[in-house]
Ligand binder design. Structure first.
Ligand code: 1CP
Length: 365
């Protein structure tokens, strides 16, 4: 399982600003999340590979995951790949049933309703047994990529996973999950702790399998205010980075850069830049200069173009990219979108975004 340790970090150092060569585009991290996939749904290669298969069945098939991970690399000159999987594999590993309903997204037929329901979750999860299929997909994909670009592994953060487990799917308000935070703080922390334990083991397993960077998605940070974020999200994000690094060390595995993306949490930017992650991902609601100022030189920043800018003309996309790169500067920066793409976005325009990043970052180097 430790086959891949000892290489990979050099190439990724480039992306994380360690080298003076610094920035090249690394679109893969956020923009190749579900939404770009759904946009790639319209592409023949994606449809053919998925072939109407159930989404989570695809996730459990290493060959299919590998192929879906490689497809965007063939189409665009990307500088990294993110493994095809989903954040919801963890609630599944805890014993929850999830269906991916076309056009609707993930649905949990039996979400957690009261703290008593926590007893329905497996108290001890054998991560290798329950999530080994992700590790196998990572190892296969790492082999197939053959050193061309680094492979990124990922997980959902505890609060974001908790929202799905309680809401039973996507939600605009997250009011059921937030009700838990206000009415059941003890049970909430119990669940968040349980998720944290699995996440750490899962991330270490991904590195052992060949992942060369790790991204933690706190996609639902925006519905928390500063206080609830400080109470229910940040401590777990910190614990995840600390324990993952420590456990990699004790297992004799190499350290990999860790990326935290807490969407709509710019109220917490200072804290996020001191949470033990090398990279902080940004959504498009914050000005690059402000993000730089508030994070000092502590972290590499990643982001943050509005995905809806893909609806603009190719010429306007290039101009927006140019301005974004000028604003962030080429040091300690990973050019990316501020979140994922929507299904109706034109892949040609995504290609224009990627080319513009290469063009303008190369001019700067
Ligand atoms: O696109 C890729 O292949 C990258 C792999 C990937 C990643 C990084 C997928 C595949 N999902 C994710 C992360 C993920 N999944 C996040 C975090 C990033 C973010 O903020 O979006 C979240 C919140 C999810 C949950 C999820 N899975 C949603 C959102 C539901 C909602 O309304 O809250 C959806 C629609 C999915 C399905 C999904 N996951 C991935 C794909 C390709 C799809 C689409 C399903 C399909 O094509 O059949």
């Amino acid at each position: 399982a430790q086959y891949f340790q000892g290489n990979g970090i050099a190439e990724i150092a480039l992306h994380f600003g360690v080298s003076h060569l610094c920035v090249r585009v690394c679109l893969a991290v956020i923009s190749l999340r579900p939404l770009i996939r759904r946009s790639l749904n319209s592409l023949a290669e994606f449809r053919e590979t998925r072939a109407g298969q159930d989404f989570f069945a695809s996730c459990r098939n290493p060959e299919i995951c590998c192929e879906l991970t490689l497809q965007p690399l063939r189409r665009f000159p990307l500088d990294a790949a993110i493994i095809f999987s989903d954040i919801l594999v963890i609630p599944q590993a805890l014993g929850m049933e999830i269906r991916m309903e076309p056009g609707r997204g993930p649905v949990f037929p039996e979400p957690l309703q009261t703290p008593d329901d926590l007893q329905k979750l497996k108290s001890k999860v054998d991560v290798e047994e329950e999530l080994g299929y992700v590790f196998r997909a990572i190892t296969l994909t790492r082999h197939k990529i053959a050193g061309k670009v680094p492979l990124i592994g990922f997980t959902g953060a505890p609060w974001t996973l908790m929202t799905y487990m309680i809401e039973g799917g996507g939600s605009n308000t997250m009011s059921k999950a937030k009700r838990w935070l206000y009415q059941q703080p003890t049970a909430s922390h119990r669940l968040l702790h349980q998720l944290t334990d699995i996440i750490v083991e899962y991330l270490v397993g991904q590195v052992a399998a060949g992942a060369q960077a790790l991204q933690v998605f706190e996609s639902h940070a925006g519905c928390l205010g500063p206080q609830q974020f400080a109470d229910f999200s940040l401590p777990y994000l910190k614990e995840i980075s600390q324990r993952t690094k420590q456990e990699l060390k004790s297992a004799g595995l190499e350290q990999v850069p860790m990326i935290v993306f807490a969407k709509d949490a710019h109220y917490a930017l200072e804290d996020l830049s001191q949470a033990g992650y090398e990279v902080v991902g940004l959504d498009w609601t914050i000005r690059p200069q402000e993000a730089r100022g508030r994070t000092g030189n502590r972290v590499t920043l990643q982001g943050n173009m509005d995905p809806c800018a893909m609806y603009a003309s190719v010429a306007d996309i290039e101009e927006t990219v140019k301005r974004m790169i000028e604003a962030f500067g080429c040091r300690r920066y990973i050019a990316n979108l501020g979140h994922g793409l929507y299904p109706d976005m034109d892949p040609e325009h995504v290609g224009a975004f990627v080319s513009a990043v290469h063009k303008h970052s190369e001019q700067k180097n």
